[in-house]
Design a protein around this ligand. Structure first.
Ligand SMILES: [Zn+2]
Length: 169
């Protein structure tokens, strides 16, 4: 898989993840500086070669309104690491409203969890307490950094020093 490049704003807050070609264009146009490179990777053009950038920082502050991580099925499963939040199963995953909609439960990060089909059916139209089921972790609204750090641990350790201070929260 091709490596991706983490783009930081002038204040070091993460703003985007881009393909390497795009990152190099930003650097060549002097719109960004390279802060970290991937070891052992090089990109060659006819006339020169570049270290493969891992993290770049924009040269000018960009005001990017960030609305938060999109609430959808894929991102919810990612937040819950692909595990049913009641029994830990990784199979037949569905989405459960912790407080059922019929009882006023909202469709929000803090009221939705990944649940396997079996747990979802046996919980039915009840709250976890009523159904005698226990959540393995409290559902939370993930930040962009949370997902970036999760990706970095698997694919791009070079990013971690630039994310660590921002992972919590
Ligand atoms: Zn389950």
């Amino acid at each position: 898989m091709e490596k991706r490049v983490l783009v930081l704003n002038l204040d070091h807050s993460p703003v985007a993840v881009v393909p390497v070609q795009k990152a190099i264009v930003l650097v060549l146009l002097e719109k960004a500086n390279v802060l970290s490179t991937y070891d052992l990777l090089e990109i060659r053009t006819v006339s020169r070669s570049f270290q493969y950038p891992a993290v770049i920082r924009l040269s000018q502050y960009k005001n990017i309104p960030f609305k938060g991580v999109l609430l959808n099925r894929a991102n919810l499963f990612r937040r819950d690491k692909g595990e049913c939040q009641y029994c830990g199963s990784r199979r037949h995953l569905t989405i459960d409203h912790v407080v059922p909609r019929s009882k006023g439960g909202k469709t929000s990060w803090t009221n939705l969890v990944t649940a396997c089909n079996r747990c979802n059916v046996s919980k039915g139209d009840k709250t976890p307490e009523q159904a005698g089921m226990i959540l393995r972790s409290e559902p939370f609204k993930p930040s962009l950094s949370y997902f970036l750090a999760e990706y970095a641990e698997r694919q791009a350790e070079e990013w971690l020093p630039f994310l660590e201070s921002r992972v919590v929260g």
